[in-house]
Design a binder for this molecule. Structure first.
Ligand SMILES: Nc1ncnc2c1ncn2[C@@H]1O[C@H](COP(=O)(O)OP(=O)(O)OP(=O)(O)O)[C@@H](O)[C@H]1O
Ligand SMILES: Cc1ncc(CO)c(N)n1
Length: 272
């Protein structure tokens, strides 16, 4: 049984954060573990309060896993503060886990801050150099690279700048792209650029897309996939999850975490 760990915030509404990650790991038949960095009081209408954990609580949770269970891959999501980022980075270095995926979560869909402004420096200096994959959306990539991203060439330049910080593979996600008919994610591995394009779905129910996408990449790396295959599966998984989105709550609803598995089974049944 392969194992994956998420170090992230709790979304009480169940669509993003730790909850999205664990649901995704389970769907991909990977044993899921979690380290909480913060608790959010959150629903489909927005983030109503944030309660960060102490650095001691974060370190102890990681040590509990490191000293006993270990992991085949680990992702980070909402980390909230510079001190939490420094603690997580120290622990990742201590255990030398190989498949580190950093989703540099900064702002929730409703505009609430999930990362303090002064933590950006720690993210770039301490955490990103440990990452095998980083998965910023366009606004996050702009903050991390200090540039405006409008065109495909801008995305390529931003990916190169992130590579220079020390990340081995960069995925700039297209959810916030201005293209109304497609959503294209760009992967750069230091040598080649690859694009992953899908039809843009017109829906309000995209809460937690980024968390779910990076959780798929993490689970797939744990299962032994290479980065290209992991991103490809991430794109298929999130497309199915948005297409079969759930009408839950009064705002931006969550995606459907079992849509990908359901489609796979239907295909298998049709073939048998
Ligand atoms: N409307 C959409 N239709 C199809 N794919 C989408 C849509 N919105 C996002 N995606 C895909 O979902 C994944 C996540 O991208 P996005 O840019 O939305 O992340 P994010 O902003 O970090 O998400 P969040 O902050 O809500 O967790 C990417 O693979 C992207 O291409
Ligand atoms: C806890 C948490 N992590 C990440 C996101 C980003 O989608 C969110 N809304 N909430």
């Amino acid at each position: 049984m392969k194992k994956a760990l998420t170090i992230a915030g709790s979304d009480s509404g169940g669509g993003a954060g730790i909850q999205a990650d664990l649901k995704t790991f389970q769907e991909l038949e990977v044993y899921g573990m979690s380290v909480l960095t913060a608790i959010t009081a959150q629903n489909t209408l927005g983030v109503h309060a944030v309660y960060p954990m102490t650095v001691e609580a974060v370190a102890k949770q990681i040590e509990a896993i490191g000293q006993d269970i270990g992991t085949d891959a680990v992702k980070t999501g909402m980390l909230f503060s510079a001190e939490i980022i420094e603690t997580v980075s120290e622990q990742l270095e201590k255990y030398q886990w190989e498949n580190v995926v950093v989703d540099p979560v900064m702002i929730a869909k409703g505009g609430a801050s999930l990362l303090q402004q002064e933590a950006i420096f720690s993210m770039k200096r301490s955490l990103l150099p440990l990452a095998k994959v980083v998965t910023p959306n366009i606004p996050e990539a702009e903050v991390l690279t200090d540039m405006v991203i409008r065109t495909y060439e801008d995305k390529k330049e931003a990916a190169k700048r992130l590579y220079d910080i020390g990340v081995k593979n960069i995925v700039i996600k297209g959810g916030h792209d201005e293209n109304e008919s497609e959503s294209t994610d760009l992967l750069f591995d230091g040598a080649e650029f690859y694009t992953f394009t899908s039809k843009r779905i017109q829906t309000m129910n995209t809460h937690g897309t980024g968390c779910t996408f990076s959780a798929v990449i993490t689970a797939e790396l744990a299962r032994g996939s290479n980065v290209y295959q992991a991103v490809l599966t991430g794109k298929d998984f999130i497309q199915a999850a948005i297409e079969d989105g759930l009408v839950i709550g009064q705002g931006n609803g969550p995606t459907n975490h079992w849509a990908y598995r359901k489609r796979k089974y239907i295909k298998e049944l049709a073939g048998s």
